[in-house]
Structures are given as structure tokens and as C-alpha cells.
Ligand binder design. Structure first.
Ligand SMILES: NC(=O)c1ccc[n+]([C@@H]2O[C@H](COP(=O)([O-])OP(=O)(O)OC[C@H]3O[C@@H](n4cnc5c(N)ncnc54)[C@H](OP(=O)(O)O)[C@@H]3O)[C@@H](O)[C@H]2O)c1
Length: 299
């Protein structure tokens, strides 16, 4: 039997074949919610999930067209009758130095990590507006706050996602639809495993070899040793969606939630450095306005 109690929420989660998406689907189901789990290949999501009446599996590639995603969103909504929480989780890491990374590789990174989530959100929003509530959650990264050499394509995708979500939030809060960005540090999923991370080191010229080698070593060394526990991240996102745990009875829940001590330190250092630079160059920044006289003369 499908659980239809009013405390039960309906989720649509992308990228559930592994990692955070799968753990999030499990966390939501364990709390009595209903979940439309989506993955590029239907056979991927954990079989034990699909067997639950509270779970529906749907094949969904976030890089698909708007028309295809509109169809998927309708299909998802028709199963449980609503969607309360959309989690734009699917993504991957494309790396490379800008001078030499393939244009198609960059386009596919942006399609998957930015444009796909925005298209799917566009598909779901009319339903959320109609039901008068909803939560749209985007999974961002510390890479969307701080760049590293050879990390350009992935960072570009997450920086873009941050800007898009920030604007979206201001547009849809009037409909009682919340938007959140989960800014994640390094979490121990398969995201950095050799078969998932994309880095074409074979075609890199000697001028960039040291950067690529250092970057590649960093990723290899981090794989399997990331400080963040993805189970805890999933529980935290479930708390956010259900106003439980840390978020219970809070009226000051921020738009951005930073997860991971590494993320906290990096973002804090970046904000401090940026504030210092703003202060140090305040005179310059404020020296390029029209003088009051000129402004008045123009009016
Ligand atoms: N783990 C971290 O340290 C970390 C840090 C910051 C941000 N994040 C973000 O967290 C999210 C989840 O990553 P994860 O760590 O759980 O890694 P993961 O285990 O590699 O999961 C990524 C998921 O995205 C799916 N995916 C990729 N391209 C897709 C597409 N075009 N359409 C639908 N699904 C697609 C993958 O499915 P397939 O099996 O079909 O490839 C997989 O299920 C990503 O957005 C990632 O950028 C992760």
C-alpha cells in the first residue's frame, strides 16, 4: 500500500544509481516518505528500494531535452499525485586545463550539472506552484566557491548553479516554494573513482603536465579517504526537507547549507580574503561612479 499520510512527503531525486542520491532516497523512505528515484539506467537503483510501495523508479537522464524532462516530471507526479521535494543531485566531475579541455566535454559538463537541473526544475515548478508548496534542493560543491588549477569545467558548472539557484530562490519564494543549495566538501562516494572522474590527461601538453599531474594525484589520493560521511549528509538533507534534527523549529534556515569541515574552512577563508580585498581596494572600487554634479546635469 502507498503511504498517503499528510506527514509523508513525496520526493523526486536525480542520480540515484549510487552515492548521495541513493542514500538520500533510502533516508527519505526510512522516514516514511515516498520517493521517485531516478537514474539513467533503470536497473541501477538498489532493488530493495524499487520493491517498496513507497518508491517508484523512473529512467531519467538530466541531460535530456526540456520536452523529455517535462514528460518525466508529469509521469513522476502522476504516480504519487504530487512532488514536495525535488533534489537535483545528479552530476559528475569533468576536469582539465581550459586551453586544452575538449569543448564537447565542457558542454556536457554544463548540460549535466547546470542546464539539466534547471530544465527539470522548470518542469516541476508549475506543479509545485499549483499545490502551493515545495522545496527545490540543488547539490553544489565547495568547487562552486573556490577554484583550483585543472578544476575549471566542474567549478564553472557549480559556480553557475549557485548563481542560477540564488536568482530562482528570489523568484519562487512568493509561491511558498523554498530553494536550497547544499554546498558539499569532499564526501566518500564513488564520485572520484577512476571510472567516474573525467580527465583527459593523455592529450595534455608538457607545459601543463605538472598542473595535471598534481591535480590527478590529488584526486587519486582523496578517493576513498574523503573526510565527509555521505550517510550523514543524506540524513542532514532529509532533516532539512522534513524540518527535523538541526532544522526543527528554526525560522532562520539559510538558503545555503555548507556540509563538511573542509568545506567550512575553505569557504570561510575565501570570504575573509574577499572581504579583506574589498576593504583594501574600497577607494578604487568607489572611484568610478559619476560625480554627483555630472549625475544631476544628466537628469
Ligand atoms: N561526493 C563528493 O565529494 C561531492 C562533493 C561536492 C559535490 N558533490 C555532488 O554531489 C552529487 C552526487 O555525487 P556523488 O558524490 O553521490 O557521486 P556519484 O556516486 O558518482 O553519483 C552521481 C550520480 O549522478 C548520476 N549522473 C551522472 N550524470 C547523469 C545524467 N546525465 N543523468 C542522470 N544521472 C546522472 C550518476 O549516474 P550514472 O551511474 O548513470 O553515472 C550517479 O548516480 C553531484 O552533483 C556531485 O557534483 C559530491
Amino acid at each position: 500500500m502507498v503511504d498517503t499520510s499528510i506527514t509523508s512527503r513525496v520526493w523526486l531525486v536525480t542520480g540515484c544509481s549510487s552515492g548521495l542520491g541513493l542514500l538520500l532516497a533510502k533516508a527519505a523512505l526510512a522516514r516514511g516518505d515516498r520517493v521517485v528515484v531516478t537514474a539513467r539506467k533503470l536497473e541501477s537503483p538498489d532493488n530493495t528500494l524499487i520493491q517498496s510501495d513507497n518508491c517508484r523508479a523512473l529512467a531519467l537522464d538530466v541531460a535530456a531535452s526540456q520536452a523529455d524532462l517535462d514528460e518525466k516530471a508529469s509521469e513522476a507526479i502522476s504516480h504519487f499525485g504530487r512532488i514536495d521535494v525535488l533534489v537535483n543531485n545528479a552530476g559528475y566531475v569533468q576536469s582539465g586545463v581550459w586551453e586544452q579541455v575538449g569543448h564537447e566535454d565542457v558542454c556536457h559538463q554544463l548540460e549535466t550539472n547546470v542546464l539539466g537541473p534547471l530544465r527539470l526544475t522548470r518542469s516541476v515548478l508549475p506543479f509545485m506552484r499549483q499545490q502551493g508548496s515545495g522545496k527545490v534542493i540543488f547539490i553544489s560543491s565547495v568547487a562552486g566557491w573556490a577554484g583550483v588549477a585543472a578544476g575549471g569545467p566542474y567549478s564553472a558548472s557549480k559556480f553557475a548553479l549557485e548563481g542560477a539557484a540564488e536568482c530562482l530562490q528570489l523568484e519562487i519564494s512568493q509561491f511558498n516554494i523554498e530553494t536550497h543549495l547544499i554546498v558539499m566538501g569532499m564526501f566518500r562516494t564513488g564520485v572520484l573513482s577512476a571510472d567516474r572522474r573525467k580527465l583527459d590527461s593523455a592529450n595534455v601538453s608538457s607545459e601543463y603536465a605538472s598542473i595535471i599531474n598534481a591535480y590527478s594525484d590529488r584526486l587519486k589520493n582523496a578517493d576513498g579517504k574523503q573526510p565527509g560521511d555521505p550517510h550523514l549528509a543524506a540524513e542532514c538533507i532529509a532533516d532539512l526537507a522534513r524540518r527535523e534534527g538541526h532544522f526543527k523549529h528554526r525560522s532562520d534556515i539559510p538558503f545555503r547549507i555548507f556540509l563538511g569541515s573542509d568545506c567550512f574552512k575553505t569557504v570561510q577563508a575565501k570570504c575573509r580574503a574577499m572581504l579583506k580585498s574589498l576593504d583594501d581596494f574600497k577607494d578604487l572600487s568607489c572611484s568610478t561612479d559619476f560625480s554627483t554634479d555630472t549625475k544631476e546635469a544628466e537628469l
